[in-house]
Design a protein around this ligand. Structure first.
Ligand SMILES: [Zn+2]
Length: 483
């Protein structure tokens, strides 16, 4: 059944053992097998394979007496009581797997598929569509073993992360294209998708968007909100084709498009003239961009930017989050560690031996949510800086190389230097450069050295790159406390 994806049955065992060793610190094959429902041979073979790959190492032998009744021969005693632990490479590899699990978790969290998966393989078999099952399988979360479907070790890791996400603040950004203007070989027109708790917002729809959505594993289903920042062709040319394909899916669709007023006429004209996907006009609503709106737990606030035609940047802001859980207060009030803590953390009052305990009694002050600012095509401006102020992450137009300010501003774009100046002025925590023009794509490496010297930790967006934006620790340290 498997074709592609990153985990085979053998690799599933490897992951189980690596997670076990991480939690146990060190352990020996017999114990590893016992705790994970494997045969001793299976555990030994996997440990040896992991050692060959440099992910696991021997960590000494135990002092258990050779007279241990379970093993008659001394070499067996030695073998079964050799301790193993993860090497540094093993820990790093596991960290990578967890980061990838977090990304899948961000996508599944709050979705119907996520809750089906929580209920286990049997429910999935009954209630998930074949496309959904295929997606889970291709990403190593489920597997068919001897004719039965199982949730893999990786799938369980994703579910753990889904549970943790409820407590955390996170946007997941996937870049579908990073080039400005005409297509450049290897770069699609600038577009990205922002995901929070399973809700997706597609920002700008250039040519080739459908291929990029498929390549990214996001696909077309579950897409309900599209934002068009402005009417330049590289931001809208993919829209009629996308709506046409959605209409072919024959699914229960509803799409809301937030964009300039002309988007509606443009889409209607192309679909009518090509006699394609006209039914899309029945389930697509058009809203003129300008006022803030919300999608799930995201508040999206458009703001005007300087460009050749009317164009908008976007601030993505999370709702306020509940305050920190005050463990000592909870214990003082006699609330036992366990599910009741979770209820209080989620803002629900509980009843304990006839007393009502409210979340306010055990939570600190409400915390602010993450802020992500996206400039769209934009020349530098005071308004841009004001809107980007204190963002956890700023994704900034960087169409022209430093030194080309005059030309950049004439075309309504920014240079790398402009982007860095805006980021510094706005006091943002993280800067991501994107929307590269023809002059910059050929010298990205050289320009990166310049950008890093000016703004340490700056990131260059790449097609298919994913990043996490969180309020506490920035996206590239989002694994903190979990890995
Ligand atoms: Zn433009």
């Amino acid at each position: 059944m498997r074709n592609g994806g990153s985990y085979s049955v053998a690799e599933n065992d490897s992951l189980i053992i690596m997670i076990h060793l991480e939690r146990a610190g060190i352990d020996y094959a017999y114990s590893v097998a016992k705790h994970n429902g494997m045969s001793l041979e299976q555990a030994e073979a996997t440990l040896e394979d992991l050692m060959r790959k440099g992910l696991v190492e021997r960590a000494g032998s135990s002092s258990i007496k050779r007279s241990d009744a379970r093993f008659k021969r001394s070499d067996e005693v030695h073998k079964h009581h050799t301790y193993f632990s993860l090497t540094r490479a093993g820990k790093l590899a596991l960290r990578e797997v967890k980061l990838s699990a977090r990304k899948h978790a961000a996508r599944l969290s709050g979705t119907k598929l996520g809750s089906l998966m929580k209920k286990g393989a049997e429910t999935l078999m009954k209630e998930a569509s074949s496309d959904e099952l295929k997606w889970l399988e291709e990403h190593g979360m489920i597997q068919e073993v001897s004719g039965r479907l199982i949730v893999t070790a990786y799938g369980r890791l994703v579910l753990e992360q889904v549970a943790l996400l409820g407590e955390r603040t996170l946007f997941l950004v996937k870049f579908l294209g990073t080039a400005s203007g005409a297509p450049v070989s290897g770069f699609f027109p600038s577009s990205m998708i922002i995901i929070k708790n399973g809700e997706k917002v597609l920002v700008d729809v250039g040519e080739g968007i459908q291929h990029q959505l498929f390549r990214s594993g996001i696909g077309l289903r579950g897409l309900h909100t599209i934002v068009i920042t402005h009417m330049h062709g590289d931001h809208v040319m993919g829209l009629p084709g996308l709506l046409m394909s959605l209409s072919l899916l024959n699914a229960d669709m509803s799409i809301s498009i937030h964009g300039p007023r002309d988007v509606k006429g443009f889409v209607e004209f192309v679909l009518d003239a090509t006699r394609s996907g006209q039914d899309a006009l029945g389930w697509t609503s058009f809203r003129e961009i300008g006022q803030p709106f919300s999608v799930g737990e995201m508040i999206i606030r458009p703001f005007r930017v300087k460009h050749r035609i009317p164009s908008f940047g976007l601030v993505f802001q999370e709702n306020q989050r509940p305050g920190r859980f005050l463990v000592e207060e909870a214990l003082k009030l006699g609330v036992p560690r366990g599910p009741l803590w979770g209820k209080l953390q989620r803002g629900q009052a509980i009843s304990l031996e006839g007393h009502v305990i409210t979340p306010q009694q055990v939570l600190g002050p409400a915390r602010k949510g993450a802020k992500l600012t996206f400039t769209g095509d934009a020349a530098p401006s005071e308004e841009l800086v004001a809107n980007a102020r204190e963002s956890d992450c700023l994704i900034h137009d960087a169409a022209f190389p430093p030194g080309d300010e005059e030309e950049a501003h004439r075309f309504g774009h920014s240079t790398w230097k402009d982007a860095i100046n805006s980021a510094k002025e706005a006091g943002v925590k993280k800067l991501v450069l994107y929307n590269f023009g023809g002059k910059t794509v050929s010298q990205l490496d050289e320009l990166l050295a310049f950008a890093e010297s000016q703004f340490p930790g700056v990131v260059l967006a790449k097609d298919m790159m994913e990043l996490e934006v969180s309020v506490d620790d920035g996206f590239d340290r989002a694994c903190k406390g979990l890995c």
